[in-house]
Design a protein around this ligand. Structure first.
Ligand SMILES: [Zn+2]
Length: 336
């Protein structure tokens, strides 16, 4: 009798253990072993692997269409063609497009692993929230001429890099990217206040000036600037007669504006970018008559890969793996 009770207790304990273990076993995880298992099987069979892209859980993603608030299940690589066609000009070099494809793939997988932004979806179609996506129909219509040819170029960049992701310490990275760095990329701490991404450093890239995104100006009337500041800060005051009513107090590690004094208020460069609709936080400011002129370098937050910088490096003959390693310090570009 005593033995059978003990057995029952042991069985119950085993069932309880399994109950807690099963969800862990089935939780989405990204393991380096997947690569090795694919490699072994292809070597054993001496053939091209049937399905090189062996992500299991990552092969299909749940995409939120923000306009209709509907969630669509799509194949990851099909999705990436739409993303790359929305994020990068099709006339960019093939190696730049491949770098963008790998970055977008890695960014997506990172989102799936570290989910949280969207309740019933892995990622959404908005560049302001996740990353841009455009339907093939809309994309072809916008391109007009030779649109199928252009679509095929992007599809090739995605398929040629199938299964390739960027990792740091064996984990997919948070692959931030932007349009134009203005010459130096930024660390995330200075943009969002977050840290813990050792691969996101200040990196220098030549040739950023040559693009239309490299330099821009924003001119506001003094009255307009005052109104925009008052909308945000009720106590805002400015005396245009004093020596420096607007002045840059401090720069970040990448020479972007860290602190801008506007009248009696100090704001960050990132905030100035939002309030005055500047293309980046890398700017100088001068007062010209009744206007305030911001001269801006670069386009975007400046963290991670620069798209125009990638195109320049590709024109110089750099392969997509090296372009990626230029912008993300100490990473590996791995084909699974
Ligand atoms: Zn989103």
């Amino acid at each position: 009798m005593w033995i059978s009770v003990r057995r029952i207790i042991i069985y119950v304990l085993i069932i309880i253990c399994l109950f807690f273990m099963l969800p862990i076993l089935f939780t989405k995880s990204f393991s380096i072993e997947k690569k090795e298992s694919v490699k072994v099987s292809s070597e054993e069979s001496n053939e091209e692997p049937q399905e090189k892209y062996n992500y299991g859980d990552f092969s299909t993603i749940r995409l939120l269409h923000t306009k209709t608030n509907t969630v669509e299940e799509v194949n990851l690589d099909d999705y990436l063609v739409n993303v790359v066609s929305a994020e990068m000009p099709v006339d960019y070099e093939m190696e730049a497009l491949k770098a963008q494809a790998v970055v977008a793939r890695t960014y997506t997988i990172y989102k799936i692993i570290h989910s949280g932004k969207h309740e019933n979806a892995d990622i959404c179609d908005s560049s302001l929230c996740c990353q841009a996506w455009i339907s093939k129909e809309d994309r072809l219509a916008k391109w007009g001429e030779n649109s199928e040819e252009k679509w095929n170029k992007i599809a090739k960049a995605v398929s040629d890099t199938k299964g390739t992701v960027i990792t740091y310490n064996g984990e997919p990275i948070n692959a931030f990217f932007h349009s134009n760095s203005g010459g130096l990329t930024e660390i995330p701490l200075n943009v969002w206040g977050g840290s813990g991404y050792p691969y996101l450093q200040v990196v220098e890239t030549a040739g950023e000036d040559e693009y239309s995104q490299g330099n821009s100006e924003a001119v506001l009337s003094k009255a307009d600037l005052e109104q925009k500041m008052k909308d945000k800060y009720g106590n805002f005051q400015i005396n245009w007669g004093e020596e420096s009513p607007i002045s840059i107090l401090e720069l970040t590690e990448s020479n972007r504006v860290r602190t801008l004094k506007v009248g009696n208020v100090n704001i960050s460069g990132v905030e100035a970018r939002q309030i005055f609709s500047l293309r980046s936080a890398n700017f100088t400011v001068e007062i010209v008559g009744d206007s305030v002129k911001f001269s801006v370098k670069g386009y975007g937050h400046g963290v991670g890969l620069s798209q125009t910088g990638s195109n320049t490096l590709a024109k110089d003959g750099m392969a997509f793996e090296d372009i990626i390693k230029h912008f993300y310090v100490g990473v590996e570009v791995i084909n699974y």
